[in-house]
Design a protein around this ligand. Structure first.
Ligand code: PLP
Length: 376
């Protein structure tokens, strides 16, 4: 069986975990958490980074920092993972889903303005497949309407838009280190604070609503409850694992790009004969080869391909059930507006195995089987 994903272990994870354990401090915010923060601040250029237990947790923190209250509106694509919407729904927000672009499958920036109302508080671009959204346009709209830009960069670690790292462009950003992502710690995430004004409150929200961080820095004389919050920090064991991965970020990205490019090359013929649409990205974006997908002419072709490949021992998967038509999206009243590109693409997209340790012979087999199924 060729799996859809295989987590990549760089080799130093257990060594760093042993160091963390031996140091005697395995709760959060120890030496490895600090190293991860500094690495990401220096490498990616975020003003301040805070590790979280997941990207979901980081997005929940964003919704608190944005002071989302019941009835406020937040704009985002429907073609995304549930956490993008859940984080804001948990605070009582009304989600306004907009359609995606047919080329990058990112939120269509030309559809944002018509979704803005007096209650709109934030726009949440999701960088699908590690390809940057059209951020200059999004930032410009947000500025004109006084909205926050919160990047769901779960898939966008170590990818750039016009030379700037995804997650560091809006006021807030969120990364994921879930084992299905490029850099991993099992479960894991990070909150990126690109605007100094959020830093103090973010530390409090992450530490159960207490001023613990300030207290330990000697900046407060009491350690007490000062705001809402929850427990969002990971243990040092997770941070130690993650640090080993971060050190290899460039190599992991380059290696995945090689895998991605072999697919691109291998499916050129299918694309030229109109049998499949391949991933595309604008020249100002450097993507991180997070995933490789094909968009097929119809849903039945897609479903048949997934079934036939499974019969040959190759596991492939679709992406996503659009949130506006999901049971929860429907219950929230989001299914009233059609999002034609989202609905069309989600029925026709298939993701292929794309991971660091995918051997080239195995990949050749996937390419030739896909080609023969689609051309027969
Ligand atoms: C993976 C993912 C998430 C959730 O990440 P977790 O770390 O598993 O919480 C959120 N948004 C998008 C777009 C994702 O791909």
């Amino acid at each position: 069986m060729i799996p859809f994903n295989r987590p990549f272990i760089v080799g130093k994870e257990l060594f760093y975990i042993a160091q963390a354990v031996m140091s005697g401090k395995i709760a959060g915010d120890g030496i490895f958490t600090k190293r991860c923060h500094e690495f990401m601040e220096q490498q990616f250029g975020a003003r301040k980074v805070l590790l979280t237990h997941s990207c979901t947790g980081a997005l929940e923190m964003c919704a608190m920092l944005a002071e989302i209250h019941p009835g406020d509106e937040v704009i985002m694509p429907s073609f995304t993972f549930v956490s993008t919407a859940n984080a804001f729904a948990l605070r009582g927000a009304r989600i306004r889903f907009v359609d995606i672009r047919p080329d990058t499958l990112n939120m269509d920036e030309s559809k944002i303005e018509e979704a803005i109302t007096e209650r709109t508080k934030a726009v949440v671009p999701v960088h699908y497949a590690g390809v940057g959204c059209e951020m200059d346009t999004i930032l410009d709209i947000a500025k004109r309407y006084n909205l926050l830009v919160i990047e769901d960069a779960a898939q966008g670690v170590n990818a750039t838009y016009k030379g700037r790292y995804l997650g560091t462009i809006g006021q807030l950003g969120a990364y994921s280190f879930h084992e299905t992502k490029n850099l991993i710690s099992g479960e894991g995430g990070a909150l990126l604070l690109n605007d100094e004004s959020f830093v103090e409150r973010a530390e409090i929200i992450r530490e159960k609503g207490t001023n613990r961080s300030k207290f330990f820095r000697g900046e407060a004389d009491r350690y007490t409850w000062v705001d809402i919050g929850s427990s969002y920090l990971p243990s040092e064991i997770v941070a130690a694992f993650l640090y080993a991965q971060l050190e290899e970020a460039e190599e992991i990205t380059a290696h995945r790009q090689a895998v991605f490019n072999r697919y691109l090359e291998g499916f050129k013929g299918l694309a030229e004969s109109g049998l499949a649409q391949l991933p595309s990205w604008p020249p100002e974006c450097r993507h991180n080869a997070h995933l490789f997908y094909l968009i097929l002419p119809t849903e039945s072709v897609r479903d048949r391909l997934i079934g036939d490949l499974l019969g040959q021992g190759i596991h492939t998967v679709f992406h996503y059930v659009p949130l506006h038509t999901s049971p929860m999206g429907t219950a929230m009243g989001c299914a009233d507006r059609a999002l034609p590109v989202t609905e069309s693409v989600s029925g026709r997209l298939v993701r292929l195995p794309c991971y660091f340790s995918l051997e080239s012979e195995v990949q050749e087999r996937v390419i030739s089987l896909v080609t023969s199924i689609l051309t027969r």
